[in-house]
Design a protein around this ligand. Structure first.
Ligand code: NAP
Ligand code: MG
Length: 496
């Protein structure tokens, strides 16, 4: 396993090279000839690599390649597609160190998290490989004699995959791997901020034997590339991870051509605390789920809703844990969280720190911008803990997407449930309790796609992942549920 020192060496030896788009198995410069530079998120004076600012023409070429490749890829027997996916998983693991350096460099998360992200992507890819063997239909009784009735599954065609910047490794593979398993082809657009990991993934896909045109990469802005990709008539499904506002816009565009969507959007995830054996354990789980990736996770815990009798004890444990967090560059051995992705995003998160204070919440710890020395060239801030947060406050309602925890006190489980459900989002929800009835009541009454009992918000590599309300729509990703998005049904009547 690579160490922080290995990453420092990697960065020192790095020369800034130019990448193109990956279309029909070949690297191609963007049609407009324009490029931009991606910088090290932990040290924005270091240029990492250059990428194309693509346009409509590049999208046209990529979709046309994917459409052509669909004819043969969809006909390849599932087990053969699966075999290629197993190779991809092996290659992700074999190249885990370098991939993790790249993820940490462009995104800013600490190396340990990036290694975990690459290994997670390999695990999910392996699950998807098995899905290529499990494209099952049903056999049903017929209304008449001498008739067989069944349903079969068929891949829908070209998929547009669009990702945000927080998980540059896991998000693309979460879309590409199931698409390939079920026989679809892909045009993938990464976030403008984090295209480097994606470029590296393309090389590994080719090495694993993915045929030309089956996966294509087009790098460029959402408004220029994303928009025309979503609207392209040959694109039959859009798997989008990102903000709710954009998700709604994409759903509208898709509806006009009756394309399918799989939308994974924002969250404002609650952790309700009723009872526990070990307060330290609960605080550790909450702070880790809130601050991993500097809180830039859709499934971050951001709201703690605690029963009155436990409030003082829990608050003390949360404070103790949050104070142990060491903010630093991604390659630093001692750092437990890295910077935010960039200065623009830091401004957004800082705006919420100011709003929280103005709304009358008590900032018990953190929330400051760090500058000078190793913090000089990155978007660093200390994680923040707000107490006395009223459920109607903006900081309790809106997704902050940074390391900010709010604490709200309640009197009963019913009140906790009402507060937990009183947001526009419904992605992941947590409860800590020693009582089975309380746990099951929470499972039943909480309006969210995923529920965790005495468990942080980490998800497994084979369980369906998704949300309700403004957190998403369409088939859940990761698990077997993907079948509903990437394939269509065909009903068959056979008379004999
Ligand atoms: P974002 O602004 O919604 O962007 C997501 C992607 O959409 C980017 O690649 C972006 O390109 C692209 N895009 C922008 N405009 C577009 C358009 N008109 N048509 C098509 N695509 C367009 O999200 P973000 O700021 O990168 O990420 C943060 C958000 O993602 C948060 O709300 C977070 O909760 C959500 N998220 C959700 C999940 C989940 O699984 N539920 C996981 C991770 C993140 P550019 O980069 O060029 O703008
Ligand atoms: Mg954005």
């Amino acid at each position: 396993m690579a160490t922080a020192k290995d990453m420092q060496h990697f960065l020192k030896e790095l020369t800034c090279v130019k990448y193109g788009n990956f279309i029909d198995g070949k690297w191609k410069e963007g049609s407009a000839g324009e490029t931009y530079t991606v910088y090290n998120a932990s040290n924005q004076t270091q240029a990492l690599a250059e990428f194309p600012r693509s346009n409509k023409e590049d999208v046209e070429m990529a979709v046309s390649a994917a459409n052509k490749a669909f004819k043969s890829w969809s006909q390849l027997p599932g087990p053969e597609r699966g075999a290629i996916l197993y190779k991809i998983a092996d290659l992700l693991e074999a190249n885990a160190d370098e991939l993790a350096f790249i993820v940490s460099a462009e995104q800013g998360k600490i190396l340990k998290e990036s290694i975990g992200e690459v290994l997670r992507a390999a695990k999910e890819t392996r699950f998807s490989a098995g899905e290529a063997f499990r494209m099952e239909g049903q056999t049903l009784p017929a209304e008449r004699g001498n008739v067989w009735n069944s349903t079969v599954r068929e891949p829908i065609g070209v998929i547009a995959a669009i990702a945000p910047w927080n998980f540059p490794m896991v998000t693309p593979m979460r879309k590409i791997a199931p698409a390939l398993a079920y026989g679809c082809t892909v045009v993938y657009k990464p976030a403008t901020a984090t295209p480097w990991t994606s470029a590296r993934i393309m090389g590994l896909l080719a090495e694993a034997g993915v045929p030309d045109g089956v996966v294509n990469l087009v790098i460029g802005s959402g408004s220029e590339v994303g928009d025309c990709l979503v609207q392209h008539p040959a694109v039959k499904g859009i798997s989008f991870t990102g903000s709710t506002a954009l998700g709604i816009k994409i759903n509208e565009m898709a509806a006009r051509k009756l394309a399918k969507t799989q939308l994974e959007l924002g969250g404002k995830n609650p952790a309700v605390v009723i009872d526990y054996d070990n307060v330290k354990e609960v605080a550790n789980q909450i702070v880790e789920a809130a601050c991993t990736c500097s809180g830039q996770r859709c499934t971050s815990i951001s709201r703690v809703i605690v029963i009155k009798e436990k409030k003082a004890e829990l608050l003390a444990a949360l404070l103790k844990k949050i104070k142990q967090i060491r903010v630093g560059p991604s390659w630093e051995e001692e750092a437990t969280i890295g910077p935010l992705v960039n200065q623009n995003h830091l401004k957004t998160v800082q705006k919420y720190i100011e709003i929280g204070k103005r709304e009358g919440a008590a900032l018990l710890y953190g929330g400051e911008i760090l500058t000078g020395g190793k913090f000089e060239s990155g978007a660093y801030m200390t994680p923040a803990l707000f107490d006395n947060v009223h459920p109607s406050m903006q900081i309790a309602q809106e997704e902050i997407f940074g390391p900010v925890i709010t604490v709200t006190e309640v009197e009963t489980l019913e009140e906790a449930l009402a507060v937990a459900n009183n947001v526009d989002y419904g992605l992941a929800a947590v409860i800590f309790t020693r009582d089975l009835a309380t746990a099951y009541k929470y499972v039943e009454k909480i309006d969210s796609g995923m529920v965790h009992i005495n468990h942080g918000t980490a998800s497994a590599a084979h369980l369906p992942f998704g949300g309700t309300k403004n957190s998403g729509t369409g088939a859940f990703s990761i698990g077997h549920s993907n079948l509903d998005f990437f394939t269509d049904l065909k009903t068959v009547y056979v008379g004999y």
